[in-house]
Write a protein that binds this ligand. Sequence first.
Ligand code: PLP
Length: 406
Amino acid sequence: MQASIPYGRQDITQSDIDAVVEVLRSDYLTQGPVVPKFEQAVAQFCGAEHAVAVNSATSALHIACLALGLGPGDMLWTSPITFVASANCGLYCGATVDFVDIDPRTYNLCPIALESKLQSAEKIGRLPKVLVAVHLCGQPCDMQAIHVLAKRYRFKVIEDASHAIGGRYQGQPIGNCRYSDITVFSFHPVKIITTAEGGMAVTNNAHLAEQMVLLRSHGITRDPARMTHEPDGPWYYQQIALGFNYRMTELQAALGVSQMDRLHTYVERRHALAKRYDALLAELPVTTPWQHPDSYSGLHLYVIRLQLDNTGLSHASVFKALRAQGIEVNLHYIPVYAHPYYEKMGFRAEDFPQAQRYYAEAMSLPMFATLSEDQQDRVIGAIRQVCTSPVYDASITFVEPTSIKG
Ligand SMILES: *Cc1c(COP(=O)(O)O)cnc(C)c1O
């Protein structure tokens, strides 16, 4: 049996390894000079004024919400088709969470659905304080439309760009925060660049950056200007807020700085692979990803929709058949409201018809910078065989071959 092909994976070069080893031999493993260097590299790349590195995008979302003043009695809205972290950050702050249905073409939060939900919410005095706009697969949301609504209804905007570093919106880098308050990136190994675990929040607002710096390290300040009285002595610091230990290490930052050198190449490679998928899938009963002309996706994910009516197959049977061949297709994502923890809050699937339909058909194909054309051909061959094989009967329960379990 051939080695299986994951849906995503990191690329680590000798220069990455050298950069991390250099930090290991240096004086600082944490709180040294490399984290600020990584922050500067990302801020410069994105055209944002401030960057705050943390130990995950989840942490970045949490302190971004806190910096924006989200708390008990407030509401956070986001897309239901995202990783749970985009919504959980609201719950961490004691706020309540609600969802806006997706656009059927981009699978991002739909600005038309957003506007009508805002109109209803205004009537009952339940407007959101924060909207988390998730750039699913790396394709940016319609940020200009969201920005107009944010001004009219006075809510703050966080871009969850965990999938999108290296992408562009209206020709400008995602992360420049032109239409948002804060943008968050993830550096988990499946994402576009990695620091093992890690995340970053970027903003053009100095006050928000200062708050996030405070919150990532216990709420402690060493700046006399922020203290309630003169320092007691040279040892002095003050805790002035309830913060966390969300710091990124120097090892992670060194890996990040080194990976940033290849960000551009990585995204270009993903686009070349996507173009090839588009062409090779054209004759098959699947819908390939539609790209808005305003967007240049970071292409973290390549999601197709199965035209199940045309094949007579079930969603799960296609996954099982592909995984049995070592093609590690995945589903991004289970609608957040459908998880038991959220279900008990009273969400109804009928309120999100586009998200429901998406969840019934979506499948992420392997997509990462080092995916070879041979591997890609194997993926296509397997999909062709599964989706067009006339003998395949979806009503027969699929049994996993023992070879896959070793
Ligand atoms: C991966 C991801 C996160 C969380 O990132 P971590 O760095 O693993 O905390 C948040 N939102 C989205 C959309 C993601 O894909």
